[in-house]
Ligand binder design. Structure first.
Ligand code: ZN
Ligand code: FE
Ligand code: FE
Ligand code: FE
Length: 155
């Protein structure tokens, strides 16, 4: 039950990310930040499909449940975007919001993989591991962009 609940939580969360990323991409000033967010948006759409595949494999309805944590992180991102005027500082703020999203996802997918292993669902493990690898790579790229350029320009 908890495994299924957490899958639904992430299905909701990934769909909210798909809705929010275009606004961040539109506002991104740094071209590397923008292209990284763009490619992660297309990955995120695939992640939604992977979750659908998992629900289907489990014989469960494709369904989300409100993830208050992701709503909160994305709310904060929205505040950052409306409060900051300086484009370089805005980039730094959005980048840090994007990393909060990735870290939440990494935590949840780590748990889902552990649950799926315990439940003997290697089909789910495989799909969840593909997604986790993408989240970690997105986080790694964002760190590199922050450290190499965005934070410097914002300071
Ligand atoms: Zn929940
Ligand atoms: Fe994701
Ligand atoms: Fe959640
Ligand atoms: Fe992500």
């Amino acid at each position: 039950d908890l495994f299924l609940h957490t899958l639904k939580d992430m299905y909701y969360a990934e769909n909210q990310i798909v809705k929010s990323l275009p606004k961040m991409i539109e506002k991104a000033h740094d071209t590397t930040l923008r292209s990284t967010l763009e490619s992660h948006l297309s990955e995120t759409k695939q992640q939604v499909k992977r979750l659908e595949q998992i629900f289907q494999g489990l014989g469960e309805k494709v369904q989300g449940v409100t993830c208050a944590a992701m709503d909160g992180i994305l709310d904060e991102a929205k505040d950052v975007m409306s409060d900051i005027g300086d484009p370089n500082v805005l980039d730094a703020g959005m980048l840090s919001a994007a990393q909060a999203v990735e870290h939440y996802e990494i935590a949840r997918y780590g748990t889902l993989i552990a649950f799926a292993k315990r439940l003997g669902r290697s089909d789910c493990v495989k799909l969840l591991e593909e997604t986790l690898a993408e989240e970690k790579e997105a986080d790694r790229k964002l760190t590199a962009i922050a450290e190499s350029q965005v934070n410097k320009k914002a300071a």
